[in-house]
Design a protein around this ligand. Structure first.
Ligand code: HEC
Length: 426
């Protein structure tokens, strides 16, 4: 308030005055390059998943009006879980501080000065690729999506079960995608499952898995959408994989290049692995099948609370409920999803926000890597809610007129999951 009030006065009395308080306008070298590299170029680079390469000053100058518009609208970078809910690994790249937008606008108002290279505060451009890779799996041959699902035109969910080639159990400690045909790959979900559970299929062609993941959900270990950074599990932890398990890539393809009908994709996934860890990670799919979203409702919320008991009974034995330490969360709904919230209330009343957003975007789903894990113990409560926009005006609406929507695996049905990656302590 102390800052805002005099600024408003200045603007009101002298419309030609510049915003902000500094004597010198920001320059490309002093501020703007760092802002763009920190918040935009992980997607907006030559090999990136966004349409415009913003790695040069010329490109940023050319696109500046549109960049400012999209930043002011809160659309770029695409919204993520709110920074005031919790701090995540890489959060300095995920959300845009208000002063960065102000600096960008001041730079534009000043005529986009280059400034002095000696003042450069340039940041390193981050990529979605993992470093120090031990193991890579890849589609066996380049795949041309069939796009033959009439209920879901120009979209395809195809699963490939890939061999990891290890004869002994091992642990994944970090993972990141290798995206091949950028215009075709919408997002990827990584599962691990026993070969006995995987449906029969031609390994080169994979299988259509839009309806067919239910049994495999528990083996889901990570999700990737454009711009997501590689996921590194906390030091000393890892996700165990057995020799008879396969790594399943659920590829969501969409036709982002209708002018290249022969474009094929041979994406893959990179892993860092090790043969032992202190703490084994598990994935708990926390969610519900019980909702029904009324037709036309622009903001329908379904939430529920789970209170962990002190103990449970097994074969006549009283077993104390172990602590569950949450390291990562992947909120997942389909195209009508618009918001979510996962909160832990500890027995003493302390509330911990784990993930929360009122701008869920199906096209920008991330696994949130918590900087400070949250420990959930006996007597604690877990609240999880999903919000959907099932109105006719939602641009992602698939029905005209809208219909009541319940749980289902298809994109035109809905889900409400918080896939939580964590560890049990007995
Ligand atoms: C997570 C990936 C990601 C990040 C980070 C990102 N963008 Fe984008 N951007 C996209 C995608 C995908 C599109 C194309 C879809 C669209 O236009 O919404 C896009 C499109 C754009 C466009 C061109 C489309 C138009 O509006 O004409 C501009 C300009 C833009 N982004 C600006 C920015 C700015 C500025 C930043 C950083 C402050 C940024 N973006 C960060 C993914 C990203």
């Amino acid at each position: 308030m102390r800052f805002l009030f005099p600024m408003l006065l200045v603007v009101a009395c002298a419309p030609s005055a510049k915003k902000g308080e500094r004597a010198q306008a920001p320059t490309w070298h002093s501020d703007v390059q760092r802002i763009v590299d920190t918040h935009c170029t992980r997607c907006h680079q030559a090999e990136g998943t966004a349409p415009v390469d913003l790695t040069t000053r010329a490109a940023v100058e050319q696109w500046s009006d549109r960049m400012l518009e999209r930043m002011l609208a809160g659309e770029m970078p695409p919204p993520v879980s709110e920074p005031d809910c919790r701090d995540y690994v890489g959060s300095e790249h995920l959300s845009l501080p208000a002063d960065a937008v102000v600096a960008f606008e001041e730079w534009m108002d000043a005529g986009m000065p280059e400034g002095d290279p000696a003042d450069s505060t340039a940041a390193t451009i981050v990529t979605t690729e993992l470093s120090e890779v031990d193991l890579t799996v890849q589609l066996p041959i380049p795949h041309r999506p069939f796009f033959d699902d009439t209920r879901n035109p120009n979209n395809e969910y195809r699963c490939f079960a890939l061999e990891h080639g290890q004869d002994e159990p091992f642990f994944i400690t970090a993972l990141g995608p290798q995206i091949d045909a950028i215009p075709l790959v919408h997002h990827i979900v990584v599962y691990v499952d026993n070969i006995d559970d995987i449906p029969e299929h031609d390994p080169e062609e994979g299988w259509d898995c839009i309806d067919n993941m239910a049994g495999l959900d528990e083996g889901m270990i990570a999700g990737w959408a454009p711009g997501a950074l590689p996921f590194e599990f906390p030091e000393g932890t890892g996700y165990r994989i057995e020799p008879n398990e396969r790594i399943i890539l659920q590829m969501h393809y969409y036709d982002g290049a209708p002018d290249q009908p022969d474009l094929r994709d041979q994406s893959g996934y990179d892993f860092r692995i090790t043969d032992s860890v202190d703490t084994e990670l598990i994935m708990v799919p926390y969610g519900t099948y019980n909702f029904s979203i009324p037709a036309g409702d622009p903001a329908y919320t379904y939430g529920f609370e789970l209170e962990l008991p002190e103990s449970f009974e097994l074969d006549g034995l009283e077993i104390p409920v172990p602590d569950f330490t949450i390291y990562g969360v992947f909120p997942h709904m389909h195209v009508l999803g618009s918001g979510y919230e996962l909160t832990v209330t500890q027995e003493d009343g302390t509330e911990e926000c784990v993930v929360r957003s009122d701008k869920y975007d199906f096209n920008n789903q991330l696994t949130y890597d918590l900087k400070e894990p949250v420990v959930l113990g006996p007597g604690d409560k877990l609240w999880w809610s999903c919000t959907w926009d099932n109105s006719a005006t939602n641009p992602d609406q698939m029905f005209d007129p809208p219909v009541e929507i319940g749980y289902g695996e298809r994109t035109d049905q809905e889900m409400c999951w918080a896939f939580t990656l964590g560890a049990l302590t007995f």
